[in-house]
Design a protein around this ligand. Structure first.
Ligand SMILES: *[C@@H]1O[C@H](CO)[C@@H](O)[C@H](O)[C@H]1NC(C)=O
Length: 157
């Protein structure tokens, strides 16, 4: 595509606005199938999936948001999963965060952070998290193990 120089910044601005607008149309995909791709598309859609792995018969109550999106308060039965999709924003600013109600408190976690999920060997196009009582663990696409684990920080109550 040939774009005259004086239109280039306008073109980029339009691209930017379009991309940002896209992020507002993130749609939850209830219990979508678990398939993992292995090719990273920087501008492709990202899927974030969470799985209730609390154990026993505990339901997982959670609430996920970004600056533009609010998926509302939800609940997952044991072993069940829920996911949403979105387009990454330019300049690595995409951030989705969730709060989780566990037996011993309520915790928040950044379920998708651009700089964490697109860095080095740790990138994910489909970012699958098991939510455990000890913390969230993400699937490593290469080893197929839920080995990228974090500990819960301070409880909100
Ligand atoms: C706890 O805090 C550390 C340091 O800020 C952060 O890297 C980690 O993701 C946090 N864990 C959770 C589960 O939020």
């Amino acid at each position: 595509m040939d774009i005259p120089k004086r239109y280039l910044s306008l073109f980029l601005l339009t691209m930017f606005i379009t991309t940002n607008a896209d992020a507002k149309h993130s749609v939850p995909v209830p219990n979508g199938p678990s398939t993992t791709g292995s090719v990273f598309h920087p501008f492709g859609k990202i899927t974030v999936e969470i799985i209730n792995d609390l154990g026993n018969t505990l339901a997982l109550k959670y609430h996920c948001k970004s600056k533009e999106d609010d998926f509302g308060k939800r609940s997952l039965q044991p072993g069940k999963s829920w996911s949403f999709k979105f387009h990454r924003q330019f300049f690595g600013r995409t951030l989705f965060y969730c709060s989780f109600v566990l037996p011993n408190g309520r915790y928040t976690f950044n379920i998708y952070e651009d700089h964490r999920e697109s860095a080095g060997d740790n990138w994910c196009q489909k970012c699958v998290w098991k939510i455990r009582q000890t913390g969230p663990c993400r699937l490593n696409d290469v080893t197929k193990q839920f080995a990228i684990c974090y500990s819960w920080n301070k409880s909100l109550y």
